[in-house]
Design a protein. Structure first.
Length: 220
């Protein structure tokens, strides 16, 4: 597992401030921009949104290099691959158990957003699930949490700021979806604070969305 001692000294720069803005609000801006051109349920809107969010992640990785820091500084390459997969499985199991309780208590059934996802072909839904696991972890856990801490925020606050934005960003699924996103996002944030292994977070996040969205289609 990588530690802060493994990374070059952090220096504040304009690139870091832009990277923080992009990590916290880039995905939301992409969604809003796409909706200004297409209906949310149309195929062009879904494809444009997904492409735009991947571009946000690519821009953040480029910013890390502009900062003169390794990708390890946002938790990539921080552990051996088999450890990342193992802890990703552990994270996924915990998140799925908690999600099951929350879904039962709230009666959440996916809302309008879930109905939209159900209408998508399996290949596209698989790409969305993969993007969610990779891009959202780069934005809200790896980059945002690391840089907010580097700028002087305590760990809990560096986790809370992106978590709130992450949770509210699920408003299209209603209040129950926001609650579930906040709780599961909180678990992912805690695991990242503990392990500093972004790949394990990506694996866990992907598996949760895979079980919730892909498995029902495969067995329906």
């Amino acid at each position: 597992m990588a530690t802060s001692a493994d990374n070059p000294p952090f220096k504040r720069s304009a690139a870091t401030w832009f990277g923080l803005f992009l990590s916290l609000f880039g995905m939301l801006l992409v969604r809003r921009l796409v909706l200004s051109f297409w209906s949310a349920t149309s195929m062009p809107a879904v494809l444009a949104r997904e492409a735009g969010m991947w571009l946000v992640a690519a821009a953040i990785l480029f910013i890390v290099r502009c900062e003169g820091l390794p990708l390890r500084s946002i938790g990539l390459g921080a552990a051996r691959w088999w450890r990342s997969i193992w802890w990703g499985l552990v994270t996924a199991v915990i998140c799925l158990l908690v999600a099951g309780v929350l879904v039962t208590l709230t009666g959440y059934n996916g809302g309008e957003n879930g109905k939209t996802l159900d209408r998508l072909p399996l290949w596209l839904l698989s790409l969305i699930v993969t993007r969610a696991g990779v891009v959202e972890e780069i934005c809200y856990r790896g980059y945002a949490m690391e840089r907010l801490q580097a700028l002087g925020l305590p760990g809990w606050l560096a986790a809370a700021v992106p978590l709130v934005i992450f949770g509210v960003g699920h408003w299209t699924g209603g209040w129950a979806n926001i609650l579930i996103a906040l709780v599961l996002g909180g678990i992912l944030a805690l695991f990242y604070l503990w392990r500093r292994d972004l790949v394990s977070n990506m694996v866990g996040h992907f598996l949760v969305d895979f079980v919730a969205n892909i498995l029902p289609k495969l067995f329906s």
